[in-house]
Design a protein around this ligand. Sequence first.
Ligand code: GZL
Length: 350
Amino acid sequence: MFKFKKRSFLMTTVLAVSLMLSACGNNAANNTKESNAPANAGTGTESAAPANAPAADKKIVVGFSQIGAESGWRDAETQSIKDTFGNDPQFELKFSDAQQKQENQIKAIRTFISQKVDAIALAPVVESGWETVLEEAKAANIPVFLLDRTVKVSDESLYTSFIGSDFILEGQNAAKTMMELLGSDKQVNIVELQGTVGASAANDRQKGFKEIVDANPNYKIIKSQSGDFTRAKGKEVMEAFLKSDGKNIQAVYAHNDDMALGAIQAIEEYGLKPGTDIFVVSVDGIKPAFEAIRDGKLNVTVECNPLLGPQLKQAILDFKAGTALDKWIKSDEDVYFGQKAIDALPNRTY
Ligand code: GZL
């Protein structure tokens, strides 16, 4: 009896210890809400709920392929996604930074597919070259949500929804506001700092702006070149424009604030006053742009909302609930200049 007792005591202890250990193991697995390791490196940590967890506990796993960190706008978007999904226990976020390379985004999407995520979010660095990998996601029954930029595909069923802005409208508003403030009967030569070559945001901001300018014989785009949405490249390209066309430039149109802020620096170093000698209009609405308007160096910023986390989360929840989704979930935006921008500055969050 004694032996039996001894053995049963031993077995009870072993059972209790193993139960305790497995409980800790489960908690550790559940605590990793997001794996920051770039999924394209194939080292993303497995953090889905343990196989034996009841279905009700299964988190909604979202794989997000982000372009990179080229601008203040992009950083604000990344933070919005991480805040939205990081603060919601029903979700697990797998985040991948592609460092501006499409091949890294394609690798990340393939990793998400192999990890059997519940949804993929993609901010596509360029419009083309996505058919194959989107076909693979579709074959794996994983919905793809496009964030802030679109793709050109023959079959629109390859993505569920595009959550983002109307870039053509942004370009039109930039041109219209410039003409309102400068006077549409004034002779204005414009240099254009374009965004990343092949990006939908760059293509459509150029299209919308050009449509309005081409309709006014007094306004002329005399030079256009990509500044890749970065401040450094925007400064470099503006320096070249000033060298070639200097006093013949009356306005700058930058596809984002970061390039405009670089151009402002170049104009000052050239010895002219940005915002006065040369009119500067850009897109995004990041806080430094509002500060530049307050300081009289930037004239207009056309808002482009980067805080897309809540809309993405709602779209995924709606999709899982079987609710019909719009193919294009648009962001609401405004145009800021003068006192309106100065008044809005204290409330800007990014
Ligand atoms: C717009 C987004 C653009 C921003 C830039 O939705 O794709 O990319 O305007 C960013 O600042 O680099």
